[in-house]
Design a protein around this ligand. Structure first.
Ligand SMILES: Cc1ncc(C[n+]2csc(CCOP(=O)(O)OP(=O)(O)O)c2C)c(N)n1
Ligand SMILES: [Mg+2]
Length: 192
């Protein structure tokens, strides 16, 4: 919640691009908090080409853009990273690294098994910091709400090409979201 409020307070008007999979679903749950123009590929649900599409929006709108993207979708389009630098695209990428395709943990196919980890979650184990820096972009691992807020502020003051990586445990995150939804439902039910 602290991260969310930083994003809202520091950048209330900048266009956001929200990637497919969990980012767009989580955003859907929280969208009433945002006034920003929002872009996504909701209809075409492929996780390929997300970074490229965001670069296109930045160019068409002549505006800096903030992209929120999962680790697999980031990996799928990572060959465009060097172009962001080459063409000076003003983009801040918030990389939500939950070690693979965590959306599948929300589906009946989920099991705590080797098969699930290999064939569904498919963690790449990529060192994204090295990858991003090799492409000439700025990189920062987010370990506190203040790091997050300051990095966004820095980007808003002087837009460049920055990747902020947030690493977190997908199962714990799912449990917290489930708890939050149960609490909200309980409040609504008690109001009826
Ligand atoms: C081109 C393409 N390949 C595969 C898929 C199937 N798919 C849907 S969501 C997903 C996982 C995405 O992982 P990530 O971007 O890390 O997001 P998370 O689920 O962790 O939020 C995959 C592989 C797809 N939608 N498009
Ligand atoms: Mg992921």
């Amino acid at each position: 919640m602290a991260l969310l409020s930083s994003l809202i307070s520091v950048s209330p008007e900048i266009p956001l691009f929200i990637s497919n999979s969990l980012p767009i679903r989580d955003f859907d749950f929280l969208k009433q908090f945002f006034q920003n123009p929002v872009y996504s590929n909701r209809g075409a649900s492929g996780i390929d080409g997300i970074i490229s599409t965001t670069a296109g929006i930045s160019t068409a709108k002549k505006s800096p853009v903030i992209l929120v993207i999962g680790d697999l979708a980031f990996h799928y389009d990572s060959n465009v990273l060097h172009m962001l630098k080459k063409y000076q695209i003003p983009i801040l990428i918030i990389l939500m690294n939950n070690s693979g395709g965590s959306i599948f943990e929300y589906l009946p196919v989920y099991s705590d098994s080797e098969e699930f980890a290999t064939y569904f979650k498919a963690d790449t184990e990529i060192d994204f910091g090295s990858l991003v820096k090799a492409c000439g972009l700025e990189y920062c691992i987010v370990d506190s709400a203040s790091t997050f807020k300051n990095s966004i502020k820095k980007f808003m003051d002087k837009p460049g090409q920055i990747v902020l990586e947030l690493k977190f445990d997908s199962i714990k995150s799912k449990e917290k979201k489930d708890m939050l939804k149960t609490e909200i439902l309980t409040i609504f039910e008690s109001e009826l």
